[in-house]
Design a protein around this ligand. Structure first.
Ligand code: ADP
Ligand code: MG
Length: 217
């Protein structure tokens, strides 16, 4: 296979993300084999979860198509655009469409769970939102209070980005949501986050693992 046109987008303990092509069409490849040995089974489970989420979200505009998953590599359709930290979406239409996109996810029983990270939000060429990185998504359907709590956290994380880039368009209700994080998020902020940062720095050598992109929580 000719790999000369592959572009590395990201590499860490859990593997590599590359842009490559299949049959002349650009695709995004998640390579589990490149994960460190001690992280490999975790990386494989996370990729399997992503594959399950993408399969359930098939056909939704703003979510990459699942093109393949064989236990070693996961292929997703490429979405042309730029990550949020680069594109800095200041148009309120972006957030309206992003809320609709989240509603569609949630209706299919998927919660994303990793939306505090700007690099997981894309701004497409036409300005509309798209989502990537379903590795820690909830994929088991709409089940009770925990699902609703996590779905609301997805929305709250989006509103945090809106508060950064488009604060004047926040409604009173949206401000209220921002003011009331879920209990686990409060506990996390008070305790777990510090511990996680410590571990992330010591073990992984990073905290904000995607470099430029900020994590709002
Ligand atoms: N389908 C896609 N289309 C365009 N860019 C993508 C796509 N998937 C991932 N990317 C880019 O690659 C980066 C890393 O992918 P991601 O799935 O978030 O990996 P990780 O789980 O390691 O964070 C994303 O932040 C995004 O910039
Ligand atoms: Mg990511």
């Amino acid at each position: 296979m000719d790999t000369s046109r592959d572009t590395l987008l990201k590499a860490d303990e859990l593997g590599r993300i590359e842009m490559t092509e299949r049959g002349g069409v650009p695709v995004i490849r998640r390579d589990i084999v490149a994960a460190r040995w001690w992280a490999r089974s975790f990386a494989r489970r996370a990729a399997a979860r992503e594959a399950r989420a993408l399969a359930k979200l098939d056909g939704i505009d703003g979510v990459p198509a699942l093109l393949g998953w064989n236990g070693h590599e996961l292929l997703r359709g490429y979405i042309a655009g730029a990550p949020m930290q680069q594109a800095q979406p200041r148009d309120k239409a972006y957030y309206r469409d992003a809320l609709r996109l989240l509603a569609r996810l949630h209706r299919r029983g998927i919660v994303h769970n990793d939306l505090a990270k700007e690099p997981n939000w894309l701004v497409r060429i036409d300005g509309r939102p798209a989502l990537v990185d379903f590795q820690i998504a909830w994929t088991r359907g709409r089940r009770g209070p925990l699902f609703r709590l996590l779905a609301r956290e997805d929305v709250r994380h989006l509103l945090k980005h809106k508060r950064t880039y488009c604060p004047q368009a926040l409604s009173a209700r949206q401000r209220a949501i921002l003011g009331t994080p879920a209990p686990h998020a409060r506990v996390w902020r008070a305790t777990g986050k510090r511990l996680y940062k410590l571990i992330a720095r010591r073990v992984f050598g990073y905290w904000d693992n995607e470099g430029q992109g900020r994590v709002r929580d």
